[in-house]
Design a protein around this ligand. Structure first.
Ligand SMILES: Nc1ncnc2c1ncn2[C@@H]1O[C@H](COP(=O)(O)OP(=O)(O)OP(=O)(O)O)[C@@H](O)[C@H]1O
Length: 353
């Protein structure tokens, strides 16, 4: 059966929302392309759930505009607000939220539009598409968490949504089930051709699911890019950390880089408009110990074997925190650390000098 649904797109412009007198979202602009899978990340309290609730119609914006599939669903300036059930959305939550007294197939049938032809065939096909066709007659309590979430995804797609909203749907599952279900969600959402906004804390969700990743910091959208651009050009220290960087190591800016422990460290990317002091962020895979030669003089504090390599922790005179490197061979007690410019990023100093 063809599970294809309408193409969709989302336009969010100038969206602001305060809760309890505090601004939670500030002037958010975000356009999703038809069929695009966007993973929304951000620290706890950054406003992810609030953005999802605004899209879902569970909250009303203070300012700005939301369009789903070309239809304006929220625009306070125009006194426009479309109720949640009329927005054409599919929703999947962390807690599975299935009807406990209904079987899996009945849960799907309850979501299918009444006039839908061949309802039972479609409900069964939806369960099949997420790998739980054989559990159609079971009740939710007879299923594992991962199986229940599969039914949750099938039910969300049953309404032929214009947009699928997923709020940390994998976070209650153990790692193996999470990996498996992540792949299946991506496949089934692609097959349905529906746009999806997936809220997560987990970097693996961003790398493995997203066409683009949207990053919220303090209620503002600080970056909206492909995973590759996020990795190569993180827009903020927070994004650099999310992509695995350690930092910020404070130093004085030089012509092309930053001086740490008397050594000029070159970084390919430096935030525009900096002068005076800065802070270096670098991923462990961009730091290498070198027995001799140039680089930051370092003393090994500790090293552990990890997934075929050695993760080494170094003390560098003049740097407050240990610097971490990844090595192919057991690291020596003393070394010079070389930093790969493409793995290094310089942002504004967080200290007042
Ligand atoms: N009803 C409310 N009244 C007042 N403040 C609220 C309300 N709901 C949320 N907030 C505040 O708004 C901010 C953003 O909350 P939100 O739940 O959107 O963040 P989040 O990024 O989803 O966080 P988490 O990852 O922890 O779920 C938080 O500081 C939160 O305390």
């Amino acid at each position: 059966m063809n599970l294809q649904v309408r193409n969709s797109s989302v336009r969010i412009a100038g969206l602001s929302k305060s809760l309890g007198g505090h601004p939670v979202l500030r002037d958010v602009h975000l356009d999703m392309e038809a069929g695009e899978f966007v993973v929304l990340i951000g620290a706890s309290g950054s406003g992810k759930t609030t953005l999802l609730r605004l899209l879902g119609g569970l909250e009303q914006a203070d300012a700005g505009r939301i369009e789903i599939d070309g239809a304006c669903v929220d625009a306070p300036a125009e006194h426009r607000f479309v109720a949640p059930e009329r927005r054409g959305l599919g929703m999947v939550f962390q807690e599975y939220a299935l009807w406990p007294h209904l079987s899996c197939i009945e849960n799907i049938l309850a979501a299918l539009p009444r006039g839908e032809p061949e309802r039972k065939t479609r409900a069964a096909a939806l369960l099949d598409s997420v790998g739980v066709g054989h559990l159609a007659t079971k009740r939710p309590h007879q299923l594992s968490g991962g199986q229940q979430q599969r039914v949750g995804v099938a039910r969300a797609l049953a309404v032929r949504p214009r947009l699928l909203l997923l709020d940390e749907p994998l976070s209650s599952l153990d790692v193996e089930v999470r990996d498996q279900l992540r792949l299946e969600i991506r496949r089934v959402v692609r097959e349905a051709g529906v746009a999806a906004l997936f809220v997560s804390h987990d970097p693996d969700d961003a790398w493995r699911l997203a066409d683009r990743v949207a990053v919220l910091e303090g209620g503002q959208l600080v970056q909206f890019d492909t995973p590759e651009v996020l990795y190569r050009r993180p827009a903020t220290p927070g994004v650099a950390r999310f992509t695995g960087a350690q930092g910020g190591f404070e130093g004085v800016l030089s012509g092309e880089g930053i001086v740490l422990a008397g050594v000029d460290v070159i970084a390919q990317h430096r935030q525009a408009g900096l002068n005076g002091h800065g802070a270096l962020y670098v991923r462990p895979e961009g730091v290498r110990a070198d027995g001799a030669g140039s680089g930051l003089p370092a003393e090994r504090l500790h090293a552990v074997f990890e997934a075929g390599r050695y993760r080494a922790y170094w003390r560098v005179p003049g740097i407050e925190r240990p610097l971490v490197s990844l090595e192919d061979a057991p690291p020596p007690a003393q070394a010079h650390l070389r930093i790969a410019p493409e793995q290094a990023f310089i942002f504004a100093s967080t200290k007042t000098h």
